[in-house]
Design a protein around this ligand. Structure first.
Ligand code: HEC
Length: 243
């Protein structure tokens, strides 16, 4: 019963065969034998690989069609449909290549025990370097003047600062440090004693300010941020080594 089914499906496939042009090297390695029988068994469409000449479909780096897989060096292989008459069946093949079983067949190809092809597109992570336009030297002076009362800014006031207040090196080690510094005046405890020119509201006259206020402009905040960018972050995340 099963045999009859296979035979009849083979006979059917024989009639409606498609041709696929792919690089001769891939055929030599047996990539067509890895892929095409699996597809043929599932969809009863026989596909024959040819190394050159006219074909219903073309698989290759210069093929004009959607991405199918890439090699380890990132070269992308695409599938082009080149015959209008075969378009429906070719689309079935293309869909199968992009399906779970198709991808498994592609990724499972390892003629010498090593996977050659990958169906995920490499996502290139572009790290965007943050640009600090402020005047570092000015920021350095301003930080010592305004912030050094509570924060250890750097070695200049290493013994200063208020114990419980994080040092600038520690704050610099936080992932979002530049956001924190650009908006420090919105984070407690700063709002109670900080006036940013043209940004913050005047202090509530009914509430006495017990500490000398920090009066600063946005330009100066940017300068301080540019200065902080030059500080070596204190590594807070490293686990303690024990013997
Ligand atoms: C009067 C003391 C004082 C002054 C002056 C001061 N800070 Fe702070 N700052 C603190 C304290 C206390 C904290 C810790 C708050 C906390 O962790 O809850 C802090 C935290 C911060 C943080 C981290 C905020 C957060 O939400 O984690 C930044 C950034 C910061 N300060 C920047 C500055 C800058 C820039 C200046 C100078 C322009 C400055 N501070 C001046 C006391 C001060």
């Amino acid at each position: 019963m099963l045999l009859a089914l296979i035979l009849s499906s083979a006979a059917l496939a024989q009639d409606e065969g498609l041709t696929l042009r792919m690089p001769a090297g891939l055929i030599e390695q047996g990539f067509d034998k890895q892929l095409l029988p699996r597809f043929g068994f599932k969809h009863r469409i026989r596909v024959t690989a040819v190394p050159d000449g006219e074909a219903d479909m073309a698989l290759g780096i210069d093929a004009d069609g959607p991405f199918v897989f890439r090699d380890a060096d990132g070269a992308e292989f695409n599938l082009a449909i080149e015959s209008e008459a075969a378009r429906d069946q070719a689309e079935t093949f293309r869909e199968w290549l992009a399906s779970g079983p198709g991808k498994a067949a592609i990724e499972g190809f390892a003629p010498d025990g090593e996977q050659l092809f990958f169906t995920e597109i490499i996502v290139v992570e572009v790290e965007v370097e943050e640009v600090f336009e402020g005047d570092e030297a000015r920021g350095s002076d301003l930080a010592l003047l305004h912030c050094g009362r509570c924060h250890v800014v750097d070695e200049r006031n290493r013994m200063g600062g208020i114990g419980s207040t994080p040092s600038f090196a520690a704050l610099r080690g936080r992932g979002n440090w530049s956001d924190l510094f650009r908006a420090f005046y919105t984070h407690n405890p700063h709002p109670s004693f900080t006036q940013v020119d043209g940004v913050t509201q005047p202090f509530d006259p009914n509430k006495a300010v017990h500490i000398a206020p920090v009066e600063i402009t946005l330009d100066e905040v940017e300068a301080i941020t540019a200065f902080v960018a030059t500080i070596t972050p204190k590594d807070l995340g490293r686990p303690v080594q024990s013997n």
